[in-house]
Design a protein around this ligand. Structure first.
Ligand SMILES: *[C@@H]1O[C@H](CO)[C@@H](O)[C@H](O)[C@H]1NC(C)=O
Length: 174
């Protein structure tokens, strides 16, 4: 589709001036589905784990625990929910997603970004208290796909509103 439009552009550019009268207005058709609803194509979020500057250690727990990143710094498009910790893709597209976590007083950390329950990427850090790990990926998400972050059993995470963060943004709709 893109190369077809490029060809149209080139041909129009080369012969347009001679072939069309000055009053001719070329209109690009916009096939349905190609252009997402306005607003839905602008998506970006960033949130920190805890909405407090108090030093807070979270975990360890006996089972996988969802991390609810509470403190919203950016939420263009409102696709991130800071009461559940879930980001829901409002439109199909390519997204960039990043997770950074600081190790809590268990001394080790294992967190993962899950898409609809499937492990997409993770952080594993055994360097000790207050060391940090970070990981990111580009992901093709369908409309309605859910991203959430889980903390693995026996691990813990630390935050004071700035060190452990979960972010993502839509690069382009598809
Ligand atoms: C969730 O985000 C809103 C808007 O930024 C904020 O007012 C609220 O305090 C946050 N909730 C928690 C639990 O931090």
């Amino acid at each position: 589709m893109t190369s077809a439009w490029f060809l149209v552009l080139v041909v129009y550019g080369l012969v347009g001036v001679q072939a069309f009268s000055p009053k001719y207005e070329f209109e690009f058709p916009t096939p349905e589905g190609l252009t997402p609803e306005p607003g839905k194509s602008q998506v970006a979020f960033s949130a920190s784990l805890f909405n407090t500057e108090k030093w807070t250690h979270y975990g360890p727990f006996d089972s996988e625990t969802r991390l609810v990143f509470e403190k919203v710094t950016t939420n263009v498009g409102n696709a991130y929910d800071n009461t559940t910790g879930v980001f829901t893709a409002p439109v199909k597209g390519l997204y960039y997603v990043r997770l950074t976590c600081n190790v809590g007083d268990s001394g080790s950390l294992n967190t993962a970004v899950m898409k609809n329950g499937e492990n997409m990427f993770a952080i594993f850090n055994t360097l000790g208290l207050h060391s940090s790990g970070s990981n990111g990926m580009t992901l093709v998400l369908e409309e309605g796909d859910r991203l959430e972050v889980f903390l693995w059993p026996t691990r813990s995470v630390f935050d004071q509103s700035r060190l452990s963060t979960f972010s993502g943004f839509l690069v382009f709709p598809m």
